[in-house]
Design a protein around this ligand. Structure first.
Ligand code: PLP
Length: 348
C-alpha cells in the first residue's frame, strides 16, 4: 500500500485520475451504514432515483497535502462536513454526521495513500464527496434513502507555470442562482445552470463573473469561487497605508472555506476585513482582486471586462503583494511550513 503510484505528478492538471478505492455509506430506514471502501467505481441506481429525476444532489471538495515534514494534512474537513449538512438540509436530504464524514475522508485517504502526491510537486489529493438521493419516485418530492460517496483523485498545482492573473468577464444575461434559491448550497444543479455563461466566457479565454440576480448590480461569485478585492483605506499623514479585504455579502453565494480562512489571515496581517455588497463600479477602487476556493486558494484576477458598459477594470497580470502574502500564508499552513494556530489541519 505504501508504494507510490506511477504517476507523472508534474503533469496532472485538474483532471480526474482513477485511484484504487472509493468510499461509500448508505442511509436506509433512518440509519447510516459504516463507511466501506470499494474498488468498484460504478454505482447501481434505480432509474427513477430522485437524484436523477429531480436533481436532489449535493457535493463537497477538499484536499490532503503531503507536508514539508512528510506528514499528511487534511484541511478543515469538519467545515466541509458542516457545509454538506447545510447543503443537505437546503435540499431536504439527510445530512452526513460530521464524524462519519471525517471517517469516510480518512478512509479514502488511507486506501489511496499511494496517490498522495509528494511534497515537492505542488500537487495534492483532492476529495470529492457526493450525496445522492436514491429513492425511486416519479411523483415530485424528496427521497428518503441516500448514498454518500467519497472519490479521491490526485490533482496538479493550479498554477503549474507560476502564480499568475487570469481575465474575467461579467455576464448579466445568465443567473447562476436566485437570491433565495440554492446558491448558498453546494449543489450540482448550480453548476449545470451556470454552464451557459461559463461556456461563453471560456470560448473567449476568460472566466465568468456572476452578479446578484435581482439587481444585476453587485458582484456575487467569480466562476466557481468567491470574490475578494483589496482596497486602500483613507490615509492620514505619517501613517502607513492600510488596506481592506472586501468580499461580497450575498444570500446566493457559497460560503467558501478558503475565503473564511483568508479573512482570518487578512485580519492577522493587519487588513480591515469587510463583508458587504460590492457594486461593479467599485472595482475601479481595488488595487488587487482574486477568486478564492479550494482548487487554487487564490486565482488572482488580471482584468474584469464589463461588456454591457464597454468598461475594463485592470489589475495587472502579476499578482499584487497582498494576494501573494495571503496565498503564501495559507499554503504555509496547508504544507506544514508554519504553526497551524487555528488547528485547521488534521495531521495524520
Ligand atoms: C466550492 C465552491 C466555492 C469555494 O469553496 P471552498 O470551500 O473555498 O472550496 C466557491 N463558490 C462555489 C460556487 C463553490 O461551489
Amino acid at each position: 500500500m505504501n508504494d507510490t503510484a506511477t504517476i507523472d505528478w508534474h503533469n496532472l492538471g485538474f483532471h480526474y485520475t482513477e485511484t484504487d478505492y472509493i468510499v461509500r455509506c448508505s442511509y436506509h430506514d433512518g440509519q447510516w451504514s459504516a463507511p466501506r471502501a470499494t474498488r468498484n467505481k460504478r454505482i447501481e441506481l434505480h432509474v427513477a432515483a430522485t437524484c436523477l429525476q429531480y436533481g436532489q444532489q449535493v457535493f463537497e471538495g477538499l484536499k490532503a497535502f503531503r507536508g514539508v515534514d512528510g506528514k499528511v494534512r487534511i484541511f478543515r474537513m469538519e467545515e466541509n462536513a458542516r457545509r454538506m449538512q447545510a447543503s443537505a438540509k437546503g435540499l431536504c436530504m439527510e445530512g452526513v454526521p460530521t464524524d462519519l464524514f471525517c471517517d469516510a475522508i480518512v478512509l479514502a485517504l488511507k486506501k489511496n495513500l499511494r496517490y498522495l502526491p509528494p511534497y515537492e510537486t505542488g500537487a495534492t489529493l483532492y476529495f470529492r464527496p457526493i450525496l445522492l438521493s436514491t429513492t425511486p419516485r416519479i411523483s415530485v418530492g424528496p427521497g428518503r434513502a441516500f448514498e454518500f460517496i467519497v472519490i479521491a483523485t490526485p490533482i496538479g498545482p493550479y498554477f503549474p507555470v507560476g502564480f499568475l492573473g487570469t481575465p474575467f468577464i461579467i455576464n448579466r444575461h445568465v443567473d447562476r442562482a436566485a437570491p433565495l434559491g440554492t446558491g448558498q448550497f453546494k449543489v450540482g444543479g448550480n453548476y449545470a445552470s451556470s454552464f451557459r455563461a461559463t461556456e461563453v466566457a471560456h470560448a473567449m479565454g476568460m472566466s465568468c463573473v456572476f452578479l446578484d440576480a435581482k439587481h444585476k448590480r453587485y458582484i456575487d461569485e467569480c466562476g466557481a469561487a468567491n470574490f475578494f478585492g483589496i482596497k486602500p483605506l483613507p490615509k492620514r499623514d505619517g501613517e502607513l497605508q492600510r488596506y481592506a479585504y472586501v468580499t461580497p455579502k450575498s444570500t446566493s453565494i457559497l460560503p467558501s472555506i478558503t475565503n473564511d480562512s483568508l479573512m482570518t489571515l487578512a485580519r492577522e496581517q493587519g487588513l480591515q476585513v469587510v463583508r458587504r455588497h460590492i457594486p461593479v463600479e467599485e472595482l475601479s477602487a481595488f488595487t488587487e482582486c482574486g477568486a478564492c476556493g479550494t482548487a487554487a486558494v487564490i486565482a488572482p484576477i488580471s482584468r474584469i471586462i464589463d461588456p454591457d458598459n464597454a468598461t475594463t477594470y485592470e489589475f495587472g497580470t502579476t499578482p499584487g503583494t497582498i494576494s501573494r502574502q495571503l496565498y503564501n500564508a495559507l499554503q504555509d499552513i496547508q504544507y506544514g511550513r508554519t504553526t497551524d494556530k487555528h488547528h485547521w489541519c488534521t495531521v495524520l
